[in-house]
Design a protein. Structure first.
Lengths: 124, 124, 124, 124, 124, 124
């Protein structure tokens, strides 16, 4: 069954994060290969694969949370792209981040917007 | 125009938070009445009144963010109820909070679930 | 294999947290039973069951982290008791928490010490 | 010289926090008496005793920081009272906390205002 | 009246942050021009324009808060310069940041001091 | 006696952090030399010099806390090296960081692992 979780998680990771997710996994190969496996199995194989909340809402939730926490810029950028990948519009990403000014302050929202700006520029 | 922002914000506050929002505003009357006004004008009159992201998504975003931050339990409970008020299902609230285990750890998700449990119990 | 993770995690949860861990799991039964299962499987079945770092060090690490974060008092108390359960002395718990004054400030350390005081008093 | 730091810190603690500071110190007697000593020596004997920033500004700084962090309510209340003790007006306390809505979000500012409300009510 | 808030905010932004504030606003033009407007209207037009706390104290409060939060380095640097612009001395900035070692730990204070070092070096 | 704390702290700083610690102290010389002295005296002269918790456990605690807080990357890297210096194995460092996925989320653990990767690469 572990293989099922891994296979399901890997498919979900590719659906959401595309190559960015795979790069993160690859970057762990020399230092913590088991952690790369956990990352596929628990967040993607268990959580993102659950029914009850669609992927668009899940990506809006994570963009909101990482913007508010303000201490995980690389992961925020991966999930801004992930949000776009699953059908969240650029406008919806921007609105989600702007709203965080209310809950985590203007600096958190500003830094989230600058992260979105980089992601949008890379995507062209 | 300030009156417009206030009126628009008050209507939006009532739509989202119902009596809980009004209680917060009332509780500020003796110490910081201007802050009660700002709370209506900026978050509700400016941000929540924007097009581009529907209220369901906005409430999912704030439930996610406050669960992840983990230091604003009263406001998290108000917004769990707010999410229900604008059409987010209990299941979607629970899924949003569970997902935060991935981004802010299991204690944050647990405390979010216990907050939801209280809100659901009060709502009957 | 999922059953193996669950069984291994449940045994580890009982070894570390005793009845406190089981109470947390039971408290999730009505709202998020799958999350209770994940809590057993990932943190306890996967992480705490790993070789390479003994349980004493793992509990010192979590007491340090939860003291520093300062926003998960119930879980900090469970893990202070967990630390004692796996052989960390009261003095070592106190030293770990005191050290957090350096990394997260005196209020975080104070609130950690008061949590330890409660746990020690309950334990007698 | 250690005695000098302790004596200077104790006098400064009493000047700022009055009995509240001494209660905190007393509450540590059974679990971490050395930490009580460090608390007097480093924050109060070293930092608060420095020239270059007056006590009013120091208390405004700490009220701002603890409001923004949002995870140390007891210490925030002690320092709201401390601010009043060294000549910061209630209005200045309220303005400092309100301003934190900009830097840490409205929930942090709200919880800070409710803390101030309690302190002001106790003071009469 | 919205125009009044904007005009008042823009003047206050220029008074406090000078060109740095205007650069932030300009940098939002392509991604979130409304957010640039909110930034001028709410923090600067509403909050910083209030009586009851002078600008020196307001800048000390924000330097303290952003140092303590530790996750908004660009904004901390803007406000260290802002503090200098409204008459806070370099020594007062340094004292404010040093004091945060007590409330948010030595790493937060160290990173705040390094930010100040950069700002002071740029200012010459 | 102040000289005793300083001498004891400097020896402890060198034992744990080697040249990295001394570089931090040197970098404060122009902006806050007293803070460099406090850094040696309180964290290293007072806290790390205490009996009751060995240096290996102390470094595991700080690596855990700084990984979880996620906003002090330079200090995390210094203490990953510090952990290695006092006899914590690379595997133990990695396990400590991985465990933080449970308490502070996967992004915090990932960023901690990437910090470890840099430190290990520099050490060869």
């Amino acid at each position: 069954m572990q293989n099922e979780r891994y296979a399901r998680g890997l498919a979900k990771l590719q659906e959401i994060d595309g190559q960015a997710g795979e790069k993160v996994v690859a970057s762990l190969a020399d230092i913590a290969p088991d952690f790369a496996r956990y990352l596929i199995e628990f967040p993607f194989g268990d959580i993102y694969s659950r029914p009850g909340l669609d992927l668009r809402a899940r990506e809006i939730a994570v963009v909101a949370a990482l913007t508010a926490l303000g201490n995980a810029a690389p992961q925020l950028k991966v999930h801004i792209q992930g949000a776009l990948n699953v059908g969240v519009s650029r406008q919806e990403v921007v609105e989600t981040i702007m709203q965080m000014a209310v809950y985590a302050g203007f600096p958190a929202a500003l830094n989230g917007l600058f992260a979105a700006q980089e992601v949008f520029a890379e995507a062209g």
